[in-house]
Design a binder for this molecule. Structure first.
Ligand SMILES: [Zn+2]
Ligand SMILES: [Zn+2]
Length: 275
C-alpha cells in the first residue's frame, strides 16, 4: 500500500473511532463537512461576505487596511473577515480558538484554502514570483502552553496551497507581557524591540506575506514589518484571518480643516464613495 493510501486509511479509522465534530457548536459532522456543520458554515461565510464600508467589496476580497494599519501608512491588509470580540460563540470566533488551541490539521487546511484565494486576488504576478510566507512568531510561553505555534502551522498549510515557501527567520525574544491584556499604546511599547531576524536572512528582495491570526491594534504586525523591511524585504503585505476595530476611511483632502482631529470625524457616505 502506498504511503498516501496508508494515511487515508488511518484517517478513516480515526474518524470512525473519533467522529469529527463542528469546531463551533460541537455537532457531529457529515462526511461532506470539513470543520463546520452547515449552519455554522453559513454563518462563517456570511462574515466573509460582509461588505467593507470603504471599497464596498466583500471582506474576504478587499485589501483595505484596518484603521491602525492604514494610519501607519500600510496600503493593504489581506484578511477573511472582521472579528467581533464581544461574541465569543460566533463560528468565525470559535474557529480562531480551535486554530490556537486544538492543533487540528483540518482547521489549518480549511483556513489556508480560503486565505490562498484572498492572496491570489491581492498580489500582482511580480509579487507572487517573489513571495515568501513569514509567520509572526508566538511567545515562547504560548508555544509551551499549546505545544505548537499556530502561525507557523498556518503558513505551512498556506504553502501547500500556494506553493510559496515558508521562512521562519523572524524570531521573537522571550519576556514582555501578553498583548491581549494591554491597551493600544501599551501594546506598542510592549512589543517594540521584541522581534529580530535570524542570520543568514533569506528575505532580501522578497515580497513578504506576514502571516498572523488576528490584528487588533496592529502593534505586532507593524513591529514585525519594521524588522522584516530592515532585513531587506522589498515589500511587506500583512495577511491575517481576521481583524477587529474600525475600517480605515480617508476624508477627501478638500474637506480637511486645520486643527480638526481626523479621529473625531465619522465616515460619511460621501467619504466612503471617494476612497
Ligand atoms: Zn456547528
Ligand atoms: Zn475594502
Amino acid at each position: 500500500m502506498s504511503r498516501l493510501g496508508f494515511r487515508s486509511v488511518l484517517t478513516r479509522i480515526r474518524s470512525l473511532v473519533f467522529p469529527a465534530k463542528c469546531v463551533s457548536c460541537g455537532e457531529l459532522l457529515d462526511a461532506r463537512d470539513e470543520v463546520f456543520c452547515r449552519t455554522c458554515y453559513d454563518a462563517y461565510e456570511n462574515a466573509k461576505q460582509e461588505i467593507c464600508s470603504r471599497c464596498l467589496k466583500p471582506r474576504c476580497r478587499c485589501t483595505c487596511p484596518s484603521f491602525p494599519l492604514g494610519r501607519a501608512g500600510l496600503g493593504r491588509l489581506i484578511k477573511l473577515y472582521k472579528y467581533q470580540p464581544s461574541d465569543s460563540d460566533l463560528p468565525e470566533n470559535r474557529i480562531l480558538y480551535a486554530l490556537k488551541q486544538r492543533h487540528l490539521a483540518s482547521v489549518f487546511d480549511f483556513l489556508a484554502r480560503d486565505l490562498a484565494e484572498a492572496v491570489a486576488d491581492a498580489l500582482t504576478p511580480k509579487e507572487k514570483a517573489s513571495a515568501v510566507l513569514v509567520p509572526c512568531p508566538r511567545s515562547n510561553a504560548a508555544k509551551r502552553k499549546n505545544g505548537y505555534d499556530h502561525t507557523v502551522e498556518l503558513c505551512r498549510a498556506l504553502s501547500r496551497v500556494t506553493g510559496f515557501s515558508v521562512s521562519c527567520s523572524l524570531r521573537r525574544k522571550s519576556g514582555g507581557k501578553m498583548q491581549k491584556n494591554l491597551s493600544g499604546e501599551d501594546r506598542r511599547r510592549n512589543i517594540k524591540g521584541r522581534f529580530f531576524v535570524k542570520e543568514p536572512c533569506d528575505l532580501t528582495g522578497k515580497t513578504v506575506l506576514l502571516v498572523d491570526d488576528v490584528t487588533t491594534s496592529g502593534a505586532t504586525l507593524l513591529e514585525c514589518r519594521r524588522v522584516v523591511k530592515q532585513a531587506g524585504a522589498a515589500r511587506v503585505v500583512p495577511c491575517v484571518i481576521a481583524f477587529s476595530g474600525r475600517d480605515y476611511v480617508i476624508r477627501p483632502a478638500t474637506s480637511r480643516k486645520k486643527g480638526k482631529s481626523y479621529k473625531k470625524r465619522r465616515p460619511t457616505a460621501e467619504t466612503r464613495s471617494t476612497n
